[in-house]
Ligand binder design. Structure first.
Ligand code: DGL
Length: 258
């Protein structure tokens, strides 16, 4: 049985890439909601309906676990999905906790980049109020970035200008860590490294999520220890061109995301 990854578009490839690295023997299924990407600028009700429809299609494929490789979909739908299905479902949330720990000794601030919907939702606000007792976390919505990423606009002068504009109000010397709280954003890791001051660390939730996946499958005795795994792509629009785009995105990520 396969391990499924779900995202609105190509973003979850950043998490799939980590899983393929750590679990070379597993077969994967990657499903993108091409009919409805982007999620982060839509309403909660719309996104919940889209996610439920896609997860129903994934469930028909008989998978042994599902990773919601999308912070936005997780914050809207994870509770309901876990009520609907028996299969293990792993969600994602912005890596605020590790970021705060990294800055404990320096006393520097944390800046979280995510979609407007993720930042508006109670899941994110509850997380921050639970762990940020000294008010060190700031949040910056980047509503345009997912659409740029879907067009493979991940580098170049216009992207540099975009980030510089968004960051112009921030005194970056007071920040120690930037959290990439949307799975599309690790495609900007290489360009961000050139824009952000060298002392700022960039973190995302991929490794933490894949570690949880491994723990869970290990616990159930469902990890494969041999053989060469494969990868199948699917998308809600059944569009062959988008399947090719997902393959290209995996190659692109190897260049700009790691
Ligand atoms: N990649 C998704 C996330 O992690 C959502 C992007 C979108 O569709 O807006 O939030």
């Amino acid at each position: 049985m396969r391990i499924a990854f779900f995202d609105s578009g190509i973003g979850g490839i950043s998490v799939l890439h980590e899983a393929m690295k750590q679990l070379p023997h597993e077969d994967f299924l990657y499903f993108a909601d091409t009919l409805h990407v982007p999620y982060g600028t839509k309403s909660k009700e719309e996104v919940l309906a889209f996610v439920k429809e896609c997860v129903e299609a994934i469930h028909k494929e008989e998978v042994k676990a599902l990773v919601i490789a999308c912070n936005t979909a997780t914050s809207i739908a994870i509770t309901e999905l876990r009520k609907l299905y028996d299969m293990p479902i792993i969600g994602m949330e912005p890596a605020v906790k590790p970021a705060l720990e990294m800055n404990r000794s320096s006393g520097k601030r944390v800046l979280v980049f995510a979609t407007p919907l993720t930042l508006k939702e109670s899941k994110y606000r509850d997380l921050v109020s639970r762990i940020d007792d000294t008010g060190m976390v700031d949040s910056l919505p980047l509503p345009e970035l997912v659409e740029y990423c879907e067009k493979f606009q991940v580098e170049g002068q216009s992207i540099i200008a975009y980030f510089q504009g968004k960051l112009s109000e921030y005194d970056l010397s007071s920040y120690g860590t930037v959290v990439l709280g949307c799975t599309h954003y690790p495609f900007y890791r290489r360009i961000l490294r050139t824009i952000l001051p060298a002392h700022i660390q960039i973190v995302d939730g991929s490794a933490g999520t894949v570690n949880r996946l491994i723990q869970l499958l290990e616990h159930r005795g469902q990890l494969r220890g041999e053989g060469r795994g494969d990868l199948k792509f699917m998308c809600s629009s059944h569009d062959a061109a988008y399947i090719q785009k997902l393959e290209r995105a995996l190659h692109l990520f190897q260049e700009v995301g790691v």
